[in-house]
Design a protein around this ligand. Structure first.
Ligand code: SF4
Length: 334
C-alpha cells in the first residue's frame, strides 16, 4: 500500500475566476487558523520521510497569511521530526504579491499555473467572477516576477473537447511567453467523444515533433512524459476542506455537476485524532467514492467511465509517443 505523503489544503472556496471547467463550488468560506494548524499537524502523522503540503482552493493566495502560517508551522515540525517538507500550490497567480514571492523564494515550492492560450482563448474559458478583471493579463503578469525570483513553476494547459482545434497554437502562444515546463491535462467531468480525443492526441504529437530537439535536451519539459499516474480520475489524494473535514479529492471532480449533494465520503476530520497512515487511498477507493458521488445518476456515471477510459487511452498514446520519438529517453523526457 502506497504511503500517503501529501495533503491538499483547501484554504478558501473563494476565487476571482469562474473557469468553465472548474468543478469546485465557490462560496465565501475560508479555513480558520486553528483548522489550518491541525491540518499541518495531521500531515506529519504520516510515516513517510518526505512530505508535501499542497495549497489549493478556490484560489489559495487570496489568503497569503494562511500560506505563511502553514509554511512556518510545517518547517518547525520538519526540524523537530527530521522529515523533509516541500510545498505545492495550484494558483491563478492573480493575488500573488511581491511580499509573498519574497517569502516563498527560499522555500522548496512548486507553483502550478493554469493558462489556456492567448488572451481571447484564455478569457473565454477563465471568466472573471466580477467585471473589470482581465484573467489573461493578470495571470501572465505574474510570470516574469516568478522567473526573476527563481520560483519553480509550470503551466497546466487544460484540453477540453471545445478547445482542441486551437490547442497547438495555444501551446505555442504560452511557449512564446517563455514557459518551458508544461503539463497537458484533459478536462475531467466532461464527456470525451472519440473525435475530440483523437484531436487531442494529434495536437500533442504535433507539439512533440515540433519541439523534439528541446524535449531531448531538457530545455522543454512535458510532465506527461514523467511519472504521472493515470487515469487521473482515480488518482485521488486526500484533501482538507475549509471546515477541517477530510475527503478523497475525486469527490470534488463532480461537485458542481452533483450540486446539492453532500460529499458522500468524509474520511474523518483533522480534529478526529486519526492519522494520515490510517487512511487507505487507492484506485479502488477512488472508484468507489466516485460511484457514490454519482448517486445512480446515469449521466454522471457515463462521464466517470468515459474519463477513466480517456485517461487510459491518452496515457497509452503518450507512452507510445515517448518511445517513438525518444527511444533513448534522454533529457527532458525522463
Ligand atoms: S482559478 Fe482554479 S479554483 Fe478558480 S475557478 Fe479557475 S480552476 Fe477553479
Amino acid at each position: 500500500m502506497r504511503q500517503i505523503s501529501n495533503l491538499q489544503l483547501m484554504l478558501t472556496r473563494r476565487c476571482q475566476l469562474r473557469c468553465v471547467y472548474c468543478p469546485i463550488v465557490k462560496r465565501a468560506a475560508d479555513m480558520s487558523a486553528r483548522t489550518l494548524d491541525r491540518a499541518v499537524d495531521f500531515l506529519f502523522t504520516s510515516s513517510a520521510e518526505s512530505l508535501r503540503l499542497d495549497f489549493t482552493g478556490g484560489e489559495p493566495f487570496l489568503r497569503p497569511d494562511l500560506v505563511r502560517r502553514a509554511v512556518i508551522r510545517a518547517e518547525k515540525l520538519s526540524a523537530k521530526t527530521g522529515k523533509k517538507i516541500s510545498f505545492y500550490a495550484v494558483t491563478n497567480a492573480i493575488a500573488l504579491k511581491r511580499e509573498l514571492i519574497c517569502f516563498l523564494r527560499t522555500r522548496d515550492i512548486l507553483l502550478e499555473l493554469s493558462l489556456d492560450g492567448g488572451r481571447r482563448r484564455h478569457n473565454r474559458f477563465k471568466r472573471p467572477a466580477a467585471p473589470g478583471l482581465d484573467p489573461y493579463v493578470r495571470t501572465t503578469a505574474a510570470i516574469e516576477p516568478l522567473r526573476k525570483a527563481g520560483l519553480k513553476h509550470f503551466v497546466v494547459m487544460v484540453a477540453t473537447p471545445e478547445n482542441i482545434r486551437s490547442f497547438d497554437s495555444d501551446f505555442e502562444h504560452i511557449y512564446r511567453l517563455g514557459i518551458r515546463n508544461f503539463d497537458i491535462n484533459y478536462a475531467l467531468g466532461c464527456l470525451w467523444e472519440r473525435e475530440a480525443l483523437t484531436g487531442l492526441k494529434g495536437a500533442v504529437a504535433r507539439i512533440c515533433v515540433t519541439h523534439a530537439g528541446e524535449l531531448r535536451s531538457g530545455e522543454l519539459c512535458l510532465g506527461n512524459f514523467g511519472k504521472r499516474r493515470e487515469p487521473a480520475l482515480l488518482n485521488s489524494e486526500v484533501m482538507v476542506d475549509v471546515d477541517g473535514s477530510l475527503h478523497a479529492m475525486s469527490e470534488w471532480m463532480f461537485e458542481s455537476s452533483c450540486a446539492g449533494a453532500a460529499p458522500p465520503f468524509q474520511l474523518g476530520t483533522v480534529y478526529g485524532g486519526g492519522t494520515l497512515n490510517g487512511i487507505t487511498m487507492n484506485k479502488a477507493t477512488a472508484y468507489y467514492t466516485l460511484l457514490s458521488v454519482s448517486r445512480g445518476n446515469a449521466r454522471i456515471k457515463s462521464i466517470i467511465m468515459n474519463n477513466i477510459k480517456t485517461g487510459i487511452s491518452f496515457s497509452t498514446f503518450v507512452a507510445g509517443l515517448k518511445r517513438r520519438l525518444f527511444p533513448d529517453a534522454a533529457g527532458g523526457v525522463e
